[in-house]
Design a protein around this ligand. Structure first.
Ligand code: EPU
Length: 446
């Protein structure tokens, strides 16, 4: 059942988004150390899957229903993006989302700056728009807190499929000669996650066969591929680094259940490593986080696989370890801020290497404010674990960095105030409420 017009209006207007998170820059969290955590937490659908599934709905006229959709701000931003393109989006009861896609002639293939600027993942509308409409305009995303994040892989690969791009006044305009993309064989310079997403969606409606070598293998990419297969696409090699897509003339709108968010699951497991205690993370999929679980065990966390999730338990001080981020199945860059918070108070010296986003260390200065002993050298960190972090006033620079400083505060020697905590709402549903349900003390204020 539809929740009614109020939902639709909410997605349709940037100004009516007060519910989840137009508080970036003003909201604050006060974290008080409150002892070990216990209880259970359920992980919702993956942000980095649902955003692409929503974009993929552009490919097929009709009614798409996504279930297990997290109530996070990025979903709202993507919903606004789809509405700006001419689709309609409404939340249904039981964590579902309905997207109604009109005939091609009623799609308005222009992604506005206000939305692209809020969320870089908006770039994933480029592939489906070019595939469905033969043309697309999208504002160039600016820099962000990870440093420079180019989109050259996206543009080069789509060019190989027959698109041409021109950039004028900060807007990229793509046009497909002949109106329909053509299959091509390509090797990605790096297994880029959203580039692979864009190509999968573009190739699903292209003429002929597309081969993507060195494709990203993240579970969220596989989820998108399964969704496209459900829509009628033919894709071989799902979950591998070589994807072969046979383009279809048209696709059907379908229903699909979003996979669980492994980064959110990791956040709560590492919270236990920091604060101690034992929690059950329901719906966490251990097969999507194997390298991380091994690392956590090396650090002294006890991991038990449950029938429907993972139990994480910790009773003593964590041990130091070395970490290098890599594309999946390696340790994901998105886990690093939480791991660094945990290692900052672990026993011993740890080395952490960030191989994906060289500018992703801004949270390190915040942890230093909390007494962490961390040296940075390019994309490497050397951490000498301290006995206990000290509570301080710190800032959240992005979704994961914000979560990391909150986690650090769980076991500090006094209160920690986290400014700009609105970032967290882009990727976590009720982060403070969830931690409090596990026994933490996190109070939100504006
Ligand atoms: N790269 C380029 N050119 C491109 C695209 C990427 O040089 O055209 C480089 C990047 O600068 C980076 C590397 O390739 O050094 C990998 O970036 P990738 O494209 O894989 O990252 P992404 O697709 O932009 C997604 C997630 C990120 C996650 C990374 C890595 C979404 C919406 N975002 O970003 O998630 O960190 O993959 O797994 O899927 C988050 O959830 O908070 C988040 C940042």
């Amino acid at each position: 059942m539809l929740l009614g017009d109020s939902c639709r209006r909410r997605f349709g207007s940037v100004t009516l988004l007060g519910g989840i998170g137009d508080t970036e820059g003003v909201s604050q969290l006060l974290v008080q150390p409150n002892g070990p955590l216990s209880g259970q937490v359920r992980v919702g659908g993956a942000k980095n899957s649902v955003l692409k599934l929503m974009a993929a709905a552009i490919l097929a006229e009709g009614r798409t229903v996504l279930t297990n959709v997290p109530e996070i701000r990025d979903v709202e931003i993507m919903a606004e993006m789809l509405e700006a393109l001419g689709l309609s989006v409404a939340r249904l009861e039981d964590r579902s989302l309905e997207i109604v896609t009109p005939p091609t002639s009623q799609i308005h293939p222009e992604a506005p700056y206000e939305l692209v600027e809020k969320m870089r993942a908006s770039i994933v509308v480029l592939g489906p728009l070019l595939a469905r409409c033969g043309t697309a305009k999208i504002s160039l995303p600016g820099g962000d807190d990870f440093g420079s994040r180019p989109i050259d892989f996206h543009l080069d690969a789509l060019s190989a499929m027959g698109a041409t791009f021109e950039t004028l006044h900060g807007v990229i305009e793509g046009t497909v000669s002949g109106g329909r993309l053509r299959g091509a064989t390509m090797v990605l310079p790096f297994p880029s996650h959203t580039t692979t997403d864009n190509l999968l969606m573009a190739a699903a409606l292209a003429e002929g066969t597309t081969v993507i070598e060195n494709a990203a293998q993240e579970p969220e990419v596989a989820d998108l591929a399964q969704f496209l297969i459900g829509m009628g696409a033919s894709i071989e090699g799902v979950g591998s680094g070589r994807l072969v897509v046979h383009g279809a003339g048209s696709l059907q709108a379908v229903q699909h259940d979003v996979i669980a968010d492994r980064v959110v699951a990791a956040t709560y497991m590492i919270a236990v490593g920091i604060a101690g205690g034992s929690i059950d993370v329901i719906d966490a999929r251990p097969q999507h986080m194997e390298m991380l679980l091994r690392k956590l065990e090396t650090m002294g966390l006890e991991i038990t696989l449950l029938q429907q999730g993972v139990r994480a338990s910790s009773s003593g001080r964590l041990k130091a370890t070395d970490i290098a981020t890599l594309p999946y199945p390696g340790v994901a860059t998105d886990y690093t801020p939480f791991l660094v918070s945990a290692l900052a108070a672990a026993d011993g010296v740890s080395f952490v290497t960030e191989n994906l986003f060289s500018g992703r260390f801004r949270y390190v200065d915040e942890l230093r404010r909390m007494g962490a002993d961390i040296r940075t050298d390019g994309h490497h960190l050397v951490l000498r674990g301290v006995e206990q972090l000290s509570g301080a006033r710190v800032k959240s620079h992005d979704i994961r960095a914000g979560a990391a400083v909150v986690l650090a505060g769980l076991a500090a020697d006094g209160p920690t105030t986290v400014d700009d905590a609105g970032h967290l709402e882009r990727g976590y549903f009720d982060f403070s409420g969830t931690l409090n349900s596990l026994g933490a003390s996190v109070v939100r204020s504006s």
